[in-house]
Design a protein around this ligand. Sequence first.
Ligand code: ACK
Length: 850
Amino acid sequence: MAAINPNSSTFNPVLFGSLLVFFFFLPATQAQPNSQLSPGQILADGNTLVSPGGIFELGFFSPGKSTHRYVGIWYYNFSTSTVLWVANPVSPVLDTSGSLAIAGDGNLVVLDGRKAVLWSSKLGSLPSNESTAELLDTGNFMLNNSGDTVWQSFDHPSDTYLPGMKVGLDLVTNVNQVFTSWRSDDDPAPGNFTMGVAPDQSTQIFIWEQGKPRWRSGRWNGQVFLGIQNMVPTYIYGFKLNNFEQDKKMYFYYSQFNSSHRYVLMPDGIERHLIWANNTKNWFQFWAQPVPQCEFYNRCGTNATCTDSADGNSPTCSCLKGFERVNGNSTGGCVRRTPLQCERSRGNTTAGGGGEQDGFYLMQGVKLPDLSYWFYGPSDESQCEEACLTNCSCKAYSYATGIGCLIWGRELVDIHMFSSGGSDFYLRLAGSEFDNSKKGIKGYVIVIIVLSALVLFVGAIFLLWKNRSRIEELYRKLMKRQESLVDRSRSGGDESRGGISTVIDMHEEGKDGPPDVPLFTFQAIEDATASFSPSNLLGEGGFGPVYKGTLPGGQDIAVKRLSRNSGQGMEEFKNEVILIAKLQHRNLVRLLGYCIRRDDKMLVYEYMANRSLDGFIFADTSRRLLLDWKMRFSIIEGIARGLLYLHRDSRLRIIHRDLKASNILLDESMNPKISDFGMARIFGSDGNETSTKRVVGTYGYMSPEYAMQGLFSVKSDVYSFGVLLIEIVSGKRNSTYYNSELSLNLLGSAWKLWNEDNVMEVVDSSMRNSCSIREVSRCINVGLLCIQDRANDRPTMSSVITMLESENYVHPTPRQPTFPADISTSGTNSSTSDAKFVSGNASITMLSGR
Ligand code: ACK
């Protein structure tokens, strides 16, 4: 965006001269910033309007190197020269004698020095000639007449989309309000690119180059645009599509106003989402429209797929299955080889195809082609398939969660094969296209199944016959064990396993030798928790309530009862049971067993007498005082060791993915134990990044690459550990803390103060007297290394421990964090789910910062 120079002119007294033909103007009073322009007032070049809250400013400016003067709106409260809207992009004032005013007919006008009208709101004659204009804190400049808003800048966008704007397609008039890129940084006249909602009402965003499609987002499914690879809702949290059937206008809007966000269509045709980062006093690029070759609209022509090369510059174009190239031209598209059955029965029988029914060929990881129709009715994939099959013109279908049944009746255009993510797409083909593969494979499969079953059966009989004595022995042992458990249960049980009815082996993950996980009866849990008495409620976790209980032998337990709508389904539940059962470390909370009764799922943990860490570090002073520096340091070390065990030393190698203060529990000796493995993932030995469409975690603790792209690795845990470390040292919550003196969030201010050798300012005031500056400084240094924006810059947990423990280790200098940890709009202190989305094949749970 161009730099501006709003103050390059002085007030020109000639404006008050006799050249006024039909205006009588008074200068806008500028002693106090004014947000309004009243009838008869003028805003001369050099003077500005400022919105009431001091967020936006309106006045004359010159972009970049240009000397022309334009009326524009820019941020008043950010130290930046970013123009968001321009009134007269094609008719600038050539010198500094211009002015903005309300004309005698009530219209807004931009005038040159000779009072010629260069731009006008062009509303014709208005009910009254007494209009007023006001610049609002949303960035909208409104013209009001007789109590109504008759014109507003938000309806005439330039290149920038601001939260609060409602621009889009008018379904009645078919008028599309689009954003238009500037010609260059020096010239706000319309450039080559426009961006707006697809005119076919397909809920897609398009960028057009001189009117031709250049990029498209794919359909909106309620949470994400399906055609943006690996998109997660955190990209554009709060972004929504209006109820267009009711409003008769289709537009996307923000449900939460946040003036530090903007989308801009740059002169190069690329759309960027920028967020103001207070710590760097600059715009942070949160997202940019992808630019590999295959993202260019219909790069490979019709009925062809586009697959990107590693560098994105040399795409591979291939015909869809059952299609062949037209004239050997690799971008000219492809045509169908064998007509579909219904086309043949319509009389086009020349190309063969036999009498077989059409079938569907599944393509996965697809950016769904353009020009789909939403088919009302089918409520699942098979009904959608049926609907397509019975419609002769249906060429393909896809059943997309959040949208439903999509069918394609025209040529298939703009198909990008994603390297990860994407949708399932079913392409209709003549039955003969499947012949070789489908029928042949079917036959083979049947023969193989029959033969295998036969071999297995014979083998099993043979083994049984051979091992009959061992089986009898095993059976005797089992019976004995069962009896002893029932006895223990009747007699009140031993100290840890009261009420355990069976011992279940969660072997199913197939990993080497998991320990048995005890299954508690529901009755045993009810007895232990006094039927889940409210007086035993410890609190609500992210997935449901946690109760204190006591087993018959006297052992205290904590029962995590997963609420049905918790988002932790059977998969997460099994995940947690299997994972923790296999993990044994003094810094991990121990799972004693589990219980399932119909939909009710419960996890039984050892009870941690001092409960969670966040109850100490963020508490009122009395509890906080209990944590002196020595204790905090040992907690930090304990968490680091627990995490190292997960990342490196355990048999499984695990990424926790939701490390935060409320997931650290403290036993009676204040030893920290990492808990809550519902979101953990096992990774391969390399620990490399993996991507997920299921972004879970807690704002304030999520690494940039995870929050923005769904990429996670051990380094995302390292990031969360760094945040946690700084929270423990400072006693401040990252998601809510803001240092108004420094205008920085917790991480930004810790970095600044540490760099200025002012570490004691970071330290929790309650323990400043008990800590050693050297140790604290070392600790913050490690924390800052862990929260660096780039995952590769962050240390491994093993280096973290080395750095924490060795006094003489020379630590690297951390880079300044720029990722805005406060991208969350929620600042609540609850650990319950703020939002749970199930979208397409992505399910996202976002938790607030507790
Ligand atoms: O912060 P708290 O007191 O500690 O409140 C939360 C609440 O349950 C919901 O998570 C407490 N909690 C969770 N697991 C345990 C446990 N194993 N022992 C003691 N308290 C627990 C946690």
